[in-house]
Design a protein around this ligand. Structure first.
Ligand SMILES: [Zn+2]
Length: 437
């Protein structure tokens, strides 16, 4: 009996050893020849480089003269600029545009069932990856519940192609603080976010969303906006500081962060006083807001291009509001940039049509004074830092995930070159390759 037990143990140990041996068999080596490398963290581009990829990670980056082991698969991007996969920190894969001619925001919820919305989200995820965005922070499903958790799981299990997703699920606002609205008061309309009133409900919503897989929590701190008689942009505040603090406290306890949609005014002040980790849009930041963001280490995700899309006719209240938003956003961004606020790249894609290029915001950031390399880093290493993935994504360096893209030209000379992604590798797997020779 004892012998048999001993033999069983030996077999078990041998079996384990064999299993460990099988696991540690090295994955095939892939070597990328990069003509120029923008690595995501360095101040300047580097000359020809070799990037060694094994499995889903980057093993090492060397000079172009380093020996390539026999049997390695070589991908020749020596005629291209190679960069880390890009990160869009503000998307909505479940939103299919808000063009008034197509029914605006409401049509997303009123006419598309969940299956259609999931199909659209699947297409959006694929589209982002095709354009070189290997990571998205997707900032709420707009009435599609926990669908983003499902899409994320489908990507992770390999059922559908898509970027690495950080999801927020339903988002949180207050009664009177989110669409659908403007319908007969007798109608119980669906809402695009989870509405709460009071710190108890706020904390409960955060707990529910975290329980069901939220990586971040998204809160709407302002909602409607309009131009007042003095010509100022005014935004309706939503949550109180106490309501927001309950959410932030809960999220931080789970070691998660809180993204706050906030334009300006009272809602912006509450967002900062309540401890938001990132301000979304930040259309009109005051000097005091900026000073507080610097003190608290708050991120800014400006989503500039979205406010230039589909403005209402100029002579309508909505049209005046749309033009005022654009008018205040540019100086606000410039002030934040000059002050050294931490800025991440975000498009609000979904709010704008997914047929638009996802690199649409770079040209605005550069036009408003951001250096091209800083704009690229806002979509690579800086975003990785916000997502607490520094060294793992947004960088071409040893140990990082092999999220690697290439464009034919030089994005430091012409930032719009980032709309021309021809090669995409995600987690070490080539997803698109029209560039390699
Ligand atoms: Zn958004």
């Amino acid at each position: 009996m004892r012998h048999r037990y001993f033999a069983f143990l030996v077999c078990l140990l041998l079996g384990c050893a064999i299993a460990v041996g099988a696991q540690s068999a090295p994955s095939p080596l892939v070597v990328i020849r990069a003509g120029t490398l923008i690595d995501g963290t360095s101040d300047a581009a580097a000359g020809p480089r070799l990037i060694f990829v094994r499995g889903e990670r980057i093993e090492k980056v060397t000079d172009a003269g380093a020996a390539i082991p026999a049997g390695a698969k070589v991908i020749d991007l020596s005629n291209a600029t190679v960069l880390p996969g890009l990160i869009d920190s503000h998307t909505h894969i479940f939103l299919w545009g808000e063009d008034p001619a197509k029914g605006g925001y409401d049509a997303n919820i009123l006419y598309a069932g969940l299956a259609q919305r999931a199909a659209r989200a699947t297409a959006a995820a694929r589209r982002a990856l095709e354009q070189g965005f290997t990571t998205l922070r997707d900032l709420e499903t707009e009435g599609a519940g926990y669908g983003d958790v499902g899409i994320k799981a489908a990507i992770a299990e390999g059922t559908i192609p898509g970027p690495r997703l950080f999801v927020v699920t339903r988002a949180i606002s207050t009664t009177g603080g989110y669409n659908l609205e403007g319908y007969a008061p007798e109608l119980d309309m669906p809402k695009g976010a989870q509405l709460i009133d009071g710190p108890v409900e706020a904390r409960k919503a955060a707990r529910e969303q975290l329980d069901h897989g939220a990586d971040w929590i998204k809160v709407y701190m302002t909602h409607r906006s309009w131009v007042d008689r003095a010509g100022n942009l005014v935004s309706q505040p939503t949550l109180t500081v106490e309501e927001l603090r309950a959410i932030v406290d809960e999220a931080h306890g789970w070691k998660k962060k809180v993204a706050c949609h906030a334009y300006n005014g009272i809602g912006m002040q509450r967002a900062l006083d309540g401890g938001c980790d990132s301000i979304e849009h930040g259309l009109e930041l005051t000097d005091a807001n900026i000073a507080q963001m610097l003190r608290q280490g708050t991120w800014l995700c400006p989503t500039i291009a979205a406010y230039y899309e589909n403005p209402a006719p100029a002579d309508t209240p909505a049209g005046k509001r749309d033009r005022k938003r654009v008018e205040v956003h540019e100086p606000s961004f410039k002030k934040a940039l000059a002050a050294g606020v931490k800025i991440v790249y975000g498009t609000d894609m979904g709010g704008i049509d997914w047929s638009k290029p996802e690199s649409i915001d770079f040209e605005y950031m550069v036009r408003f004074g951001m250096a091209p390399m800083a704009a690229i880093q806002s979509a690579t290493s800086r975003a990785a830092e916000m997502l607490e993935m520094q060294g793992e994504i947004g960088v071409v360096a040893p140990g990082a995930y092999a999220d690697i893209i290439a464009v034919p030209g030089d994005p430091l000379k012409n930032i719009e070159e980032l709309k021309n992604v021809k090669f995409v590798m995600h987690n070490g797997v080539v997803f698109r390759n029209e560039a390699a020779r």
